[in-house]
Write a protein that binds this ligand. Sequence first.
Ligand SMILES: Nc1ncnc2c1ncn2[C@@H]1O[C@H](COP(=O)(O)OP(=O)(O)O)[C@@H](O)[C@H]1O
Ligand SMILES: [Mg+2]
Length: 378
Amino acid sequence: MSIHPLPPAKPATGVGRLPVARLFVFTGAVTTVAFLAGAAVIMKMIADARAMSPRPEVAEQIGLLNVALWVLFLVLLAAGVGLGFIVHLTVLKPIAQLTEQVRTVASGDFDHRLGVERPAELAELSSHVDSMRRRIVSAWRTASDQADELRRSNGELEQFAYVASHDLQEPLRKVSSFSQMLEQRYGDQLDDRAKQYIHYAVDGAKRMQLLINDLLDFSRVGRVTSGREAVTTRPSLDSALENLSAAIEDAEATVTADELPTVLGNRAQLTQLFQNLIENAIKFRSESPPRVHIGAIRSGDLWEFSCSDNGIGVEPQYADRIFLIFQRLHPRDVYPGTGIGLALCRKIVEFHGGQLWLDASGEDQGTTFRWTLPAAGD
Ligand SMILES: Nc1ncnc2c1ncn2[C@@H]1O[C@H](COP(=O)(O)OP(=O)(O)O)[C@@H](O)[C@H]1O
Ligand SMILES: [Mg+2]
């Protein structure tokens, strides 16, 4: 398994930035020079003492001293070489091995085993680090399997929603058209109660048709629609206003907008987004004629849009609930609707990599929704 390489290691500072081998070589060299200088001085002193033609017992002692010094010199030399060898074998080499292994893991090969056999301290350290590596890799694997599974089941659910809503339309049309035919053809033989029942049946079928259409729209986002490209948002707003022209006229609503930017997106979906938000702004109006404003401000790599109205407003405690599918705050006979609009808007915005939320901070009456969309490279 390989994951992205990790960022490069942080460089050491101060004396610590020297590799440990260099510190050993430096100390060894200073010690050797001092040792050789000392030996040379002592040899010189012995030679000088001999040149003074000392008495035979003194000369013998000097000879013994000379031999003793040579033995000491050789022992120290052997100890120095041995120490260097041991340091190389038990410290420097294992550290280099471990560094190489860690570097391989850091460069992305997370299955690479970490481990050195000596010295005991490094062996223990490497075994702890290796168990950490194994645990992280196994957790990562589980998470990535779950993400795959989630993606698959999400895809299946969307497919299911699409097929179900698509296939439900046909029998529904039958129910609705045959109920209507019943009324047309046998209307004169039916009493008022029977007509009322037929009316309920037709009304139910129509409502179900609306729900199915909205569900279809919802399941289409990110599944059927093509990719994203740089699109100017003004035409999307214009199409939305065009689709809503009758409602706007009926309600004597005024819709204004800032200068709208170019974003990375899908034109048809952005039209749906504007249309649902403005439709809500007009539908949930207060006594005064609706005024709706679409704003846009730049925020880093994103554009932050807003849709504010002067309508009945939303209590802050419902700020999350209204985005759930089929969740509505009002009975259907007061404000008609299916409760899918905001869920669809959120799905569209998230499909674009942005976020949509209710701005509950405003003190003025009315409602403000805000959402972000990725800016197209300017
Ligand atoms: N502009 C708005 N002003 C007041 N309430 C709103 C507004 N937009 C949405 N809401 C509330 O959020 C709920 C969910 O909206 P939505 O998903 O579009 O469903 P629908 O429009 O079918 O009721 C609405 O029923 C309403 O209570
Ligand atoms: Mg709506």
